[in-house]
Design a protein around this ligand. Structure first.
Ligand SMILES: CC(C)(COP(=O)(O)OP(=O)(O)OC[C@H]1O[C@@H](n2cnc3c(N)ncnc32)[C@H](O)[C@@H]1OP(=O)(O)O)[C@@H](O)C(=O)NCCC(=O)NCCS
Length: 182
């Protein structure tokens, strides 16, 4: 894997996600059990993990979610999701979720590439306002400002960490270029 390192980025239809569901399960387990605060607590239960990805496949099928996958040698090594706001007054908006890169492949620009792809998908779908939240003190908190995301504020005790403590989250947003926002 190290020798090639060519990352193929695809906006994955549900069928592709289903074909790679084992790798997606591995990817989420790797991040959660590695300490990432992405809605789950370690050790990640395998049934909960698989059920999450099955729900994701359904949402992609129904046009409620976009999942961009990064693949190396045909195997999923990272992903980034866009949850499309379903509210009638929010059709210009989406939430970036589950930006995950395998621990062994971090700090090589893969998340940067996935985020660029997810933003291209958002533009294509007319979703020019992106929002997200991430744990205060995480690597991701350092990353998003590098990618043009604006810090909107913090919420204390938003999530529970593996050690039982409550951790704060930070909210970010990005108006994509060409947005009609003032
Ligand atoms: C956050 C995460 C997706 C970053 O993936 P990555 O592929 O390593 O990120 P990149 O290499 O593309 O980093 C792009 C830039 O973001 C910043 N960055 C990324 N990870 C960082 C970290 N741990 N600490 C500080 N800055 C970081 C850097 O500026 C980096 O550029 P540089 O390496 O040239 O300095 C990855 O660490 C991960 O999967 N974490 C667990 C899941 C998670 O927390 N996801 C985000 C919440 S949705």
């Amino acid at each position: 894997m190290e020798a090639t390192m060519k990352v193929e980025v695809v906006s994955a239809p549900a069928a592709l996600l289903r074909d790679h569901i084992g790798e997606l399960v591995d990817l989420l387990r790797d991040s959660v059990n590695g300490g990432a605060s992405v809605n789950f607590v370690p050790p990640l239960d395998e049934r909960i993990n698989r059920h999450f990805w099955e729900r994701v496949c359904g949402e992609v099928e129904h046009g409620e979610r976009v999942v961009v996958c990064g693949l190396i040698d045909g195997r999923v090594i990272g992903c980034a999701h866009l949850a499309l706001a379903g509210q009638p007054n929010g059709a210009h908006r989406a939430e970036v979720q589950k930006v995950l890169v395998l621990t062994s492949l971090r700090r090589r620009g893969i998340a940067r590439t996935l985020m660029a792809a997810v933003e291209d998908e958002a533009r294509r779908l007319g979703r020019w306002l992106l929002v997200l939240d991430t744990e205060v003190g995480s690597g991701a908190e350092q990353m998003y400002p590098q990618l043009g995301y604006v810090r909107a504020g913090e919420i204390p005790a938003f999530a529970r960490a593996a050690n039982g403590e409550f951790v704060s989250t930070v909210l970010f947003y990005k108006l994509l270029s060409g947005s009609p926002a003032p």
